[in-house]
Design a protein around this ligand. Structure first.
Ligand SMILES: Cc1cc2nc3c(=O)[nH]c(=O)nc-3n(C[C@H](O)[C@H](O)[C@H](O)COP(=O)(O)OP(=O)(O)OC[C@H]3O[C@@H](n4cnc5c(N)ncnc54)[C@H](O)[C@@H]3O)c2cc1C
Length: 811
């Protein structure tokens, strides 16, 4: 065994082997993998081996497409068979809502380059004669679906890595990890130590335990999972004989089963409601290639429905039942990337679909390690997407919810209930008492909209406009015509202090830092010129800056800041989290409300647009920014949490004379739409450049050598390839949700990033990306957006439909 290596990968399941292979492919040859037992000994060996591209997140779906495409290459390099069966798969919808969901998945596949097709049930029946079509309303065919041999595939990765120079040590357990001052690691194993520059946690069922070696409690939990294998079935044999190929895979949403052909029988697995976590606290180190006790009673309801939908199954003998554990994160997507607060410690854990996702995870992580960036958008599986609130017991509740919902659809206005409320502000009860319908915003309860007296504060979940429509409209009108107040605790807030603070921020941000008392908006780029942040920065004093950004990205951003922090102690960063909370007042009467609460002069001359002040509001010490995301006259008022109730009461009291209204996140998002404002993680993501996103006026190429400047200069010169556009949509009763394809002259040319109803201007709107050459085509109805299977006319607008000259914000 080597005593020194550039990388030690811990864990020889499909994920660890993929990471090892991809590291060699990216050019790092001095890499080793340490496996406690034998390769595949965790959850990998007993997997059902199915693969598919379907995923709620388009970027993960794309990575799944990459994984599936990789297997032929692996077989060629390694000479090992992956045991591939590319049979295609059918996803069956039993209700109109599920069919709508499939239509949306199908539309999304168009711009992802994935091959899917909508089928009638008669067509589906032809492909899979065992199904009873009367129980379904439609189907989607995914040509990329299939299955493989988990053992062969893992070995194909391992062998390909070894051919490229990697080494693998089996029967060797990592018992501890010790960080050195220079950021490298001593990897302690029961066979000796390895000094490594980087460590990757691919511990699968033991990922939690490996995390604990470095003081991490990763949000990951294993669940028991059962599938059964039938004896040979006449129906299968006859089908193969007649057609000369295998039966396609099936996902049956209603009975929550998946199935595929296995030899001349069927493999049938379930995601049952009565699901059971496995080893919720500690995974025993001596768990080997063992199976768990099957419990058919638990999956009986699924089987009963499944047998009704596929009657031939009921008569089939059961050859064996597999019950094995595998891991999930709270939202079901993997945990990948470097861990904030640690140096050179990487994760590739909670991969619940190793044979659909393992390749993409390995590719992303290896590029991240070798190039400093994953090379594409991996936010949906970034380990940084969970905060400190994702505790072990929180994870347990969320993973069970996620498992039981594996084949459920999620509606755009659906908030999932498990483990809530987790974090609340001091105003939670006050907001609930006023009819607030709450949503979960990075673990924090945040008002979405307010039900007036007599209206039940509850969303009716739907892909169409729903029961909140007229109430959100009332909140928008109340704000735009008078004044509204909303909670903004769900922003990220930071303080940067010290003699090096300005230079540090200036190096990271594309915009020039403001003067004392002023605010700027600024994107942040990676070295490739892609957007990795979008912030509001206020300079409060020579060596003190406040910054606001996306709450979801707090760990993601902290990781980046820490990575670039000078080692001389000249910059101190404080992440406030819930230590600073806020209220925003907006609308033409908001100045009157503010003035009533302070003896400072807040007139337009004394307190201008983009000014920052520290002042007492209703006796409360506050930081105030004269900006709001509504694009109206307005203010953000930031206070310590102990003052929030008092501040809110004072605002409501002062606002009474002006008919003040509460407004929630949905009204805020509606108002930003009619101003053409983009949002982080929708319009602004690491796959877009700053100029492509239309942030030109916040990128000062002449100010200094900021990170990403060279790439930004090149993008400016070439114009990039895409453009963010705003569109008015000729919608019927449903607005865009995001991820719909944009058509132009009969071809899919782009995609929607977000949208909805812009209530003040009374228009359905969308934002998205199209090729830059088409961004100037403002002809009426020049584009179409495919909304739930229907192409609706869409027109690019250059100026925002609300207050195009920005007078309201400025006067
Ligand atoms: C019944 C069942 C059916 C499934 N069906 C499918 C399917 O059809 N399709 C699909 O894509 N996925 C399926 N899965 C999920 C799939 O098995 C997992 O996604 C995959 O195995 C995850 O691989 P991994 O490498 O992350 O973890 P694991 O396979 O658990 O590998 C982790 C490895 O790390 C090693 N290790 C841990 N700690 C240490 C240490 N300290 N030192 C050294 N080594 C260590 C372990 O021994 C283990 O080998 C199924 C799972 C089950 C249980």
């Amino acid at each position: 065994m080597k005593s020194q290596a550039r990388v030690v990968v811990i864990g020889g399941g499909v994920v660890g082997c993929s990471v090892l292979y991809h590291l060699t492919k990216a050019g790092w040859k001095d890499v080793v993998l340490v496996e406690r037992d034998r390769l595949t000994s965790g959850s990998t060996w007993h997997a059902a081996g199915g693969f598919h591209t379907l995923n709620g997140d388009p970027n993960v779906a794309k990575l799944q497409g990459y994984t599936i495409g990789l297997y032929n290459e692996l077989e060629k390099i390694s000479g090992e068979s992956c045991g591939l069966h590319r049979s295609g798969g059918l996803i069956l919808a039993d209700s109109p809502e599920r069919l709508e969901w499939l239509k949306m998945a199908h539309a999304r596949a168009r711009y992802l380059g994935l091959e899917t097709e909508m089928l009638t049930m008669a067509e589906a029946k032809k492909l899979h004669p065992m199904l009873e079509e009367q129980y379904f309303v439609g189907a989607m065919l995914d040509a990329a679906d299939g299955n493989l041999d988990p053992n062969g595939t893992t070995n194909a990765y391992a062998k390909s890595a070894k051919i490229a120079g990697a080494e693998i040590y089996q029967s060797t357990r990592v018992t501890d990890l010790k960080a050195r001052k220079d950021g490298s690691w001593d990897v302690i194993t029961d066979k000796g130590n390895i000094h490594a520059e980087h460590v990757v946690n691919c511990g699968g069922l033991w990922a939690r335990e490996v995390g604990r070696m470095v003081g991490l409690e990763l949000p990951v939990l294993a669940m028991e999972h059962m599938y059964l294998v039938t004896e040979d079935m006449k129906e299968v044999i006859d089908f193969n004989k007649e057609r000369g190929h295998e039966l396609p895979h099936i996902i049956d949403f209603k009975s929550e089963i998946y199935m595929r052909q296995e030899r001349q029988g069927i493999v049938l697995g379930t995601y049952e409601q009565a699901c059971v976590p496995w080893q919720p606290k500690n995974t025993p180190w001596d768990f080997g290639q063992e199976l768990l006790q099957p419990d058919l009673d638990r999956i009986a309801p699924n089987l009963e429905l499944g047998y009704k939908h596929f009657p031939a199954l009921e008569k089939a003998g059961i050859k064996r039942v597999i019950n094995g554990p595998f891991t999930f994160s709270p939202d079901g997507n993997p945990l990948v990337g470097p861990v904030q607060g640690l140096r050179n410690f990487w994760c590739a854990c909670a991969v619940m679909a190793g044979f659909s996702q393992g390749g993409g995870v390995g590719l992303a992580l290896s590029q991240w390690m070798v190039n400093g960036d994953p090379g594409f958008d991996v936010w949906a599986m970034d380990v940084a997407r969970f905060g400190e609130w994702a505790t072990r017991s929180y994870t347990n509740e969320k993973v069970r919810e996620n498992y039981a919902r594996r084949f459920s659809i999620r509606f755009p206005n659906e908030e999932l209930p498990a483990a809530r409320p987790q974090q609340t502000t001091a105003l939670y009860d006050t907001m609930i008492a006023q009819g607030a319908v709450m949503g979960d915003s990075w673990g924090l309860e945040t008002p979405l909209w307010f039900a007036p007296k007599g209206v039940e504060p509850k969303d009716i979940v739907s892909f169409h406009r729903s029961n909140d429509f007229k109430h959100v409209k009332a909140e928008v009108l109340g704000t735009r015509n008078g004044v509204g107040v909303t909670e903004i605790a769900n922003f990220a807030k930071y303080r940067f202090e010290g003699p090096g603070a300005e230079a540090f921020l200036s190096r990271l941000m594309t915009n020039k830092m403001p003067r004392v008392g002023r605010i700027i908006l600024t994107p942040m780029l990676n070295p490739g010129g892609k957007l990795i942040g979008d912030f509001t920065i206020a300079k409060a004093a020579e060596e003190r800056f406040y910054m606001w950004g996306s709450s979801q990205a707090q760990k993601y951003h902290m990781r980046w800041f820490e990575q670039h922090l000078p080692s001389d102690g000249s910059v101190r960063i404080h992440r406030y989290d819930m230590g600073l909370v806020g209220l925003s007042i907006a609308g033409p009467k908001s100045r009157d409300v503010l003035q009533a609460l302070t003896d400072e002069d807040v007139s337009n001359a004394a307190f201008k647009f983009m000014d920052h002040r520290s002042m007492d509001i209703a006796n409360v010490p506050a930081l105030i920014n004269r900006v709001t995301y509504t694009g109206d006259l307005g203010y953000e008022i930031w206070v310590a949490p102990e003052y929030q109730r008092k501040l809110y009461q004072a605002i409501m009291q002062a606002g009474k004379a002006h008919g003040i209204v509460n407004f929630g996140m949905r009204a805020l998002l509606s108002m930003r739409l009619e101003k053409n404002f983009p949002t982080w993680f929708r319009e602004l993501r690491p796959i877009y450049g700053g100029f492509e996103a239309g942030l030109d006026r916040f990128i000062d190429l002449g100010k200094n050598d900021f990170i990403g400047r060279e790439a930004a200069m090149e993008e400016k010169r070439s114009g990039g390839t895409l453009r963010r556009v705003s569109m008015i949509v000729d919608a019927a009763d449903c607005d865009v949700l995001g991820d719909e394809p944009i058509w132009h002259k009969g071809k899919v040319v782009g995609w929607v990033t977000s949208g909805g109803y812009a209530h003040y201007v009374d228009k359905s709107m969308a934002q998205g990306y199209v090729p830059k050459e088409l961004a100037g085509d403002t002809a009426n109805g020049a584009f179409e957006i495919e909304i739930i299977g229907e192409n609706r006319k869409a027109t690019i607008i250059i100026d925002p439909p609300f207050d195009p000259e920005g007078k309201r914000m400025r006067s």
